[in-house]
Design a protein around this ligand. Structure first.
Ligand code: FES
Length: 134
C-alpha cells in the first residue's frame, strides 16, 4: 500500500528534489536586513546546482520563494536586480512581466496566471528568519 502523494501547488520542482536547500533551522537574515517593502536574493552553493531564493519583506512579515518563475523557469530578477513591481505591491518576474502576490506567490497577471511560486517555509523568531520544517 502506498501513501497518497501530497498535492502540489506549483509546477516547479519541489524543495526535496533540489540541491543546496538550506537545512531546517538555518539562519538566513534578520527582517530588518531587508527594505520595507523590499526583497533580497540569496544563493547557496555554486554552479549548476546553486540554490537561488529570495525573501520579500512586507511590514514585519517575510515570505521566501525559490527564485524560479513558473512560466519559463527563469530567475525572476534575470533582467533587473529588483524582485518587486514599481509600486512594490507585488513580486515581478521581469522576463515576461508576470506578477505574483507577496503573501502566497500566486500569479495574478501575466503568462503564468493561476500558478504559484515555490514557497520556502520560514520561522520568524523576534525578527530573525530561519528555514522552517518543509
Ligand atoms: S519567465 Fe517569468 S514571466 Fe516568463
Amino acid at each position: 500500500m502506498s501513501l497518497p502523494t501530497p498535492k502540489r501547488t506549483s509546477n516547479l520542482r519541489p524543495l526535496n528534489d533540489r540541491k543546496n536547500v538550506p537545512a531546517t533551522g538555518t539562519f538566513i537574515c534578520n527582517v530588518d536586513d531587508i527594505d520595507n517593502p523590499g526583497a533580497r536574493g540569496f544563493t547557496r552553493g555554486t554552479g549548476a546546482h546553486a540554490f537561488n531564493f529570495f525573501i520579500v519583506r512586507k511590514g514585519d512579515s517575510a515570505f521566501a520563494y525559490v527564485n524560479e518563475c513558473p512560466h519559463a523557469f527563469l530567475p525572476l530578477n534575470r533582467i533587473t536586480t529588483k524582485f518587486l513591481t514599481l509600486n512594490e505591491e507585488k513580486i515581478l518576474c521581469a522576463a515576461h512581466a508576470a506578477s505574483f502576490q507577496i503573501e502566497d506567490g500566486l500569479c495574478t497577471g501575466g503568462p503564468c496566471a493561476g500558478k504559484k511560486l515555490l514557497s520556502i517555509p520560514l520561522n520568524n523568531i523576534a525578527g530573525a528568519l530561519f528555514i522552517a520544517e518543509n
